[in-house]
Design a protein around this ligand. Structure first.
Ligand code: NAP
Length: 289
């Protein structure tokens, strides 16, 4: 009896590519996504091509009880999950004051709540068995604040922080948690998030199959974190070295290049003076003088 992996967001993009990799290596699959007809087609395709069992589970992860429904259904069928891949994710672009709150709450529900609840439920089962692997898909967005993508970036910072904390908690338990942090990747993601143009990052865009392969290898070798691609790694290095408000400004500039942001673009003028001073900096200046 082979191992079974549960992948959320397996109907397209990185999740679909991950599903193919697992199936190639003989893993049985439980695939979760909202678009049920597409999921059934993929399940059929993978089962036929790779001779593994594939269970398509149509579930909208914006529903509050989504994780419980998935867990209960698998318990009912006595299916053990050896590897959990929390890949499903959605985004929303635009100036925060103008975006739709309901959509933002859905982003938080899918990217944070469903991921956390699924991790809790399946981790408890893994701990009983003393083995298991979890792959959580964050983003390079996890390392930075994102003007015009504020909520999405914040959800990915949660995923990274949460996952790395678990890695430490679970040391010596036989369970590993790996965080995959892709940069721009060629999938349906941006279209779904309402971005009309990929902007200046077009040349840095990676193929979903490549991102999935690097994540897959990282997961199987129990790596803490995988940042696919040299450009993304250099971007993170630059972010680390620059003062936070400089990099936040820069990310805002990148986002503006993606579509017509209505807010006026303030000149850079060096960033040190472009931000309002906090009470603390004002007080310390007063003390010095
Ligand atoms: N593409 C990028 O540039 C990029 C960069 C960094 C990180 N990421 C992260 O990579 C992960 C995969 O995204 P992707 O690029 O492969 O995008 P994608 O092709 O749009 O895939 C997203 C997957 O999530 C599923 N999904 C979305 N909303 C759902 C919901 N409410 N309930 C259940 N499933 C839902 C989709 O299924 P349905 O079609 O059935 O809704 C789809 O299978 C996400 O976590 C994303 O944040 C992407």
């Amino acid at each position: 009896m082979g191992k079974t992996v549960l992948i959320t967001g397996a109907s397209s993009g990185i999740g679909y590519e991950l599903a193919k990799l697992f199936a190639t290596d003989g893993y049985h699959l439980v695939l979760v996504a909202k678009n049920e007809p597409r999921l059934f087609l993929i399940a059929d395709e993978l089962a036929t091509t790779f001779h593994v069992s594939v269970i398509p589970l149509g579930q909208d992860l914006t529903e509050a009880q989504a994780a419980n429904h998935i867990f209960a259904r698998l318990q009912q069928e006595a299916i053990t999950i050896d590897i959990l891949v929390n890949n499903a994710g959605i985004g929303i672009y635009g100036a925060f004051a103008e975006t739709d709150l309901m959509k933002e709450l859905e982003v938080m529900q899918v990217n944070i709540v469903a991921l956390t609840a699924l991790t809790k439920l399946f981790l408890q089962e893994m701990l009983k068995r003393g083995k298991g692997k979890i792959l959580n898909v964050a983003s390079t967005a996890a390392f930075e604040s994102g003007p015009f993508v504020a909520v999405y970036f914040a959800t990915k910072a949660y995923v990274l922080s949460f996952s790395e904390a678990l890695t430490e908690e679970l040391r010596e338990t036989g369970i590993t948690v790996t965080t995959l942090c892709p940069g721009p990747t060629d999938t349906n993601f941006l279209k779904q998030a309402g971005v009309p143009s990929i902007g200046v990052v077009r040349n840095a865009t990676m193929k979903a199959s490549r991102v999935a392969m690097l994540g897959y290898c990282g997961l199987l070798t129990g790596k803490l974190r995988v940042v696919p691609g040299l450009v993304n790694q250099l971007f993170l290095l630059a972010i680390k070295l620059a003062p936070r408000r400089w990099s936040t400004w820069f990310v805002g500039l990148l986002q503006r290049s993606r579509y017509d942001i209505k807010l006026p673009l303030k000149p850079y003028k060096p960033l040190l003076s472009a931000y309002p001073k906090t009470d603390d900096t004002i007080k310390s200046k007063q003390l010095k003088s």
